[in-house]
Design a protein around this ligand. Structure first.
Ligand code: SF4
Length: 267
């Protein structure tokens, strides 16, 4: 959703050109911990959602994730794999410092939702939907560092997106959306309002218009900043000394037709 705003050129590389990205250990860690917690919630009933049960789910999830086609390319040595899993264990331990999973009345996990906004189809995955008393709550697990105070508001944009999806698909706005930052650990929680959902609709529409205009003008500008350190497309990006000509060579090699097909509406 915010990728175009973060950097239009990186958005072009990812969504328009569909350049492959090398597997990310950060994404793999997130997938692994999400999967372990998903198994814990679905395969165990209270009061059996214990730390021991969570670690057994993690053990199941490790080969499922790290030996998958998506992440096999990480090529972790035995030591690196062991450190990787140890870090996932510490994230699970932190999770138990934030909440008792036996108190969670789960309605669904990893819920794929899509909603139409004019000609735009918006899709997202909700990590966990639950009831807290009569309140409908959306929970999102985060395994990276929590945003600093300056970036907290922008990250909450994603929260309002979840609220928008629930409103459209379930016909009910969540009473609360919470981000469980497992690294710190820390909970960032907010109460979406009718106004915040309306604002999300307006922003998404404006963003989509900007994407369409950028496509028409073939004008995707780089936006150098802190995200450049993690960017997979540095080799192509002139803003950090890369060469856009490499893109043509890469597209020719791949016989890419993606560019002609225009942007993917899943922001
Ligand atoms: S390196 Fe930075 S400026 Fe260049 S595409 Fe990536 S995020 Fe954008």
């Amino acid at each position: 959703m915010t990728a175009f705003k973060d950097c239009a050129l990186a958005f072009r590389f990812s969504v328009i050109e569909r350049l492959p990205e090398p597997p990310s250990p950060y994404a793999a860690k997130g997938t692994l911990v999400h999967r372990a917690l998903e198994l814990l919630m679905w395969q165990e009933e209270p009061p059996d959602r214990t730390r021991g049960a969570a670690l057994r789910k993690l053990a199941v999830a490790v080969p499922e994730v790290l030996d998958s086609d998506e992440y096999r390319g990480l090529c972790l040595s035995d030591k690196e794999r062991s450190d990787f899993v140890d870090d996932a264990v510490s994230l699970i331990d932190n999770y138990f410092m934030i909440e008792d999973p036996n108190d969670v009345r789960v309605l669904g996990t990893e819920l794929r939702m899509s909603a139409q906004l004019g000609s735009l189809r918006l899709s997202g995955i909700i990590d966990r939907l639950e009831l807290d008393g009569d309140e409908l709550v959306v929970t999102d697990y985060k395994t990276g560092r929590a945003p600093g105070a300056n970036f907290e508001q922008s990250k909450l944009g994603g929260v309002h997106f979840y609220a928008f999806l629930c409103s459209e698909v379930l016909g009910r706005r969540p009473d609360r959306v919470q981000l469980l930052h497992l690294r710190e650990p820390l909970v960032i929680s907010t109460v979406p309002s009718e106004q915040s959902v309306i604002a999300l609709r307006r922003q998404a529409g404006a963003l989509w218009s900007a994407v369409v205009m950028a496509c028409d003008r073939e004008d995707f500008r780089p936006k150098p900043g802190r995200l450049c350190s993690y960017c997979s497309y540095r080799d192509y990006c002139p803003a950090v000394g890369g060469d856009l000509a490499l893109l043509e060579a890469s597209a020719a090699r791949a016989g890419s037709t993606a560019r002609a097909s225009g942007p993917d509406a899943r922001l």
